[in-house]
Structure formats: structure tokens, C-alpha cells
Design a protein around this ligand. Structure first.
Ligand SMILES: Cc1ncc(COP(=O)(O)O)c(C=O)c1O
Length: 366
């Protein structure tokens, strides 16, 4: 889609790259880190100051109490956190529950590690967590992957959903690997709930996060995880083996920014994206591509049946040709044909890009 979009000079809302500018506080930290000569490998689990800053943030924003010395690992993006976690804690052939729609890297990373994904869809219309369906697949599974706020679903799981899942994890002795990278992208007063804070869950949860999205620094590769020491230690060893460390200057700059930015920054981030969501969803609605209005993250699934195609792939191509707007076919997020009437758009874009996309949709004859 990206290649074809480029050929046609369209607006690419396909890839999940946020192109809003990083906060000045983040950029300001890089040059001093270079000048200070932070050129060497760091401790495998990250520099002290960053782990301490993360421990503070986890306590303040998530309600997670993690010991910065033994329970936090700085990783190469949250992607690196996931790779290190599944390779450290799971064995080839283990069954891992993956909720659909899923984030493609979760599925493919599981597959490359020789794990067996067990697909459980969210409820079809509401995209609610279908605990009975998960229960039916839980026997014999080792782990479940959770992503809230969700890409591409836009779901922010409620306390009741999270509690039901926590109960299930404990009854079936499941490890919970939770990807919370969009934790600050919350709309309409939805609250982010970290699974690790539910009674009995800290011991069996790996909480993954990162600053790719929050600070718009996808290429800096800055992520982390929090987990009890008995899980964090083996994950840290695998992280060391695969990645050695996260780029040292990035660690310093991000530590600076976490220390400097206060709650206003995170509130504004959510407010800005809610505005983008509202404007873009209105444009989709007007063009007949009915959106499933997201509660969080910066993606929206839109119903593409108005385009009259039999597959999401064909619909996405037709939309690109008729309107000059690229999205990702929904078939990328389900293992069966459940995604065929969706196209996913990313609205984590600068105003000029989003305005152009909305103008294209408005002018197009779909
Ligand atoms: C759900 C989810 N997890 C992880 C990532 C990647 O994060 P990182 O850049 O920290 O590796 C993305 C990026 O699109 C994502 O959507």
C-alpha cells in the first residue's frame, strides 16, 4: 500500500508512524548526551537514572511499584521487550492466546519463536473482551498477549474486562504479556488500567511500554518492561544477548524528558489526538466509511463495504485510487476473513497530512 500510495502521490495513513514532532524536552537531551561522551554500552537493563525515572512514572501513572534495580528492563522499543520476553519465558510449541484483531508484530514474533498462536476474537460488534471465548481456549495455554489501548481495535479495556481476564489468568496459570505502548492516548475520559495492578497479577505479568509513540521517536528504539524480578532477570539476560543495550544517548535523553515533562504534557497529548480522532472520524462518516470510533491509541477501523469490493485488500486499493488515501486492509489483523470489511487508518499525523486526507475523502466519489 505504501509503495502504491507513493506512486499515486496519495496520503499515507497506513503505517503506524506518528509524524507529529517530538517534544523539545526530548530533542534537547540528545546533544548534551553526545557531548558528555555517553558512547559505550550501558548496563544491559538500562542506565540507573532511566530505570529510576521509569519506576517513578510507573508508580505515578500506572500504580505499579517496580524496583528499578531488579524489576525494570530498558529495551529496544517495546518490540524488543516482546522479543526478549517470549524467548526468555516460553518454549517452542507453547500455546499463546492472541486476541483478534491483533498487532501483526505480535503474531509474527510468536511464530518466529516457534510458539503456537491461539486466536480468540473480540466480540464482533462491540469489540468487547469475550472472556467465555478465551476461557474455552485457555486450557493448555501458557500465556496471553494483551494490548490496551489497542492497535488496531482502539479498545481501552475497562476495569471489569481487565478484572475478568485477571481472574481467568490466575485460574489457568497464564502468564500475561501486556503491551501498553498507547497508554497515554486516551479519549472521552477512558482510563488506562495496567493489568499488573490487579490483585494477584503482578507475579504473572510482564508490562511492556515505550516512548516511540508518546514522544514521537519511533526510530530511536526506546522501550521498557516491568515485571517481578524472577521474570525480569531472565528477560534481561535475553535482552542482553540479542540487543546488548538500548542506544546510550537515547537512554539519557529520554530520562531527561521523563524527569522534566509533567502531567500537562500527557493530558495535552491525549486532547490533541482526541481532536484528530474526532475530525477524522467525522470525515470518514461523511464519506460512507463508517468508523468504529476508538477509545484510545491512534488508529480507526472503518467499514469499507461502501466501496463494493469483496476483500479489504481490493477495497483499500480502490480507495487509494479514487480518493488518494492509503489505509491497511483489515485482513492484516485477523487470521480468518473477519477483517475483510475493515480498513485501518492511522490518525497520529500532523495537521497538514490529516487535512489533506480529509479533503481527499470529501472530494472523492466513492
Ligand atoms: C501495539 C504496538 N506495540 C508495539 C509497537 C512498536 O513499538 P516500538 O516502536 O516501541 O517497538 C507498535 C507500533 O506500531 C504497536 O502498534
Amino acid at each position: 500500500m505504501t509503495q502504491r500510495c507513493h506512486e499515486l502521490g496519495g496520503v499515507n495513513l497506513g503505517q503506524g508512524i506518528c509524524d507529529t514532532p517530538p517534544p523539545p524536552e526530548v530533542l534537547a537531551g540528545i546533544e548534551p548526551a553526545v557531548r558528555a561522551g555517553h558512547n559505550a554500552y550501558t548496563r544491559y537493563d538500562g542506565i540507573d537514572r532511566l530505570r529510576q525515572a521509569l519506576a517513578g512514572k510507573l508508580q505515578r501513572d500506572n500504580g505499579i511499584q517496580a524496583d528499578p534495580d531488579t524489576e525494570i528492563v530498558v529495551t529496544q522499543g517495546s518490540t524488543g521487550a516482546f522479543v526478549a520476553t517470549i524467548n526468555a519465558l516460553l518454549n517452542p510449541g507453547d500455546r499463546v492466546i492472541l486476541l483478534e484483531p491483533y498487532y501483526g508484530y505480535h503474531l509474527n514474533t510468536l511464530k518466529v519463536a516457534g510458539l503456537e498462536p491461539v486466536f480468540v476474537p473480540l466480540e464482533r460488534d462491540t469489540m468487547a473482551l469475550d472472556v467465555a471465548a478465551i476461557e474455552a481456549q485457555a486450557v493448555g495455554a501458557r500465556a496471553i498477549v494483551l494490548n490496551t489501548p489497542g492497535n488496531p481495535s482502539g479498545r481501552v479495556f475497562s476495569r471489569a474486562e481487565t478484572a475478568a481476564l485477571a481472574d481467568l489468568c490466575q485460574r489457568h496459570d497464564l502468564l500475561c504479556i501486556t503491551d501498553e505502548i498507547y497508554e497515554y492516548f486516551l479519549f472521552d475520559g477512558h482510563r488506562h488500567i495496567s493489568m499488573a495492578t490487579l490483585p494477584g497479577m503482578w507475579e504473572r505479568t510482564v508490562t511492556m511500554g515505550g516512548y516511540s509513540k508518546t514522544f514521537s521517536i519511533t526510530g530511536w528504539r526506546m522501550g521498557y518492561l516491568a515485571a517481578p524480578a524472577h521474570l525480569a532477570e531472565p528477560i534481561g539476560l535475553v535482552n542482553d544477548l540479542y540487543y546488548v543495550c538500548t542506544p546510550s544517548i537515547v537512554q539519557h535523553a529520554v530520562a531527561d524528558a521523563i524527569e522534566q515533562l509533567n502531567a500537562d504534557f500527557y493530558r495535552q497529548l491525549a486532547a490533541d489526538h482526541q481532536l484528530r480522532r474526532d475530525r477524522f472520524c467525522t470525515a470518514l462518516e461523511r464519506s460512507g466509511l463508517t468508523p468504529r470510533v476508538p477509545e484510545g491509541a491512534y488508529y480507526v477501523l472503518a467499514d469499507c463495504r461502501v466501496l463494493g469490493q469483496s476483500t479489504a485488500q481490493a477495497a483499500a486499493m480502490v480507495l487509494l485510487e479514487r480518493a488518494g488515501v492509503a489505509g491497511v486492509p483489515g485482513s492484516a489483523f485477523w487470521h480468518d476473513d473477519s477483517g475483510e470489511h475493515w480498513i485501518r487508518f492511522c490518525f497520529g499525523k500532523d495537521d497538514a497530512t490529516l487535512d489533506q486526507a480529509m479533503q481527499n475523502l470529501e472530494q472523492a466519489q466513492l
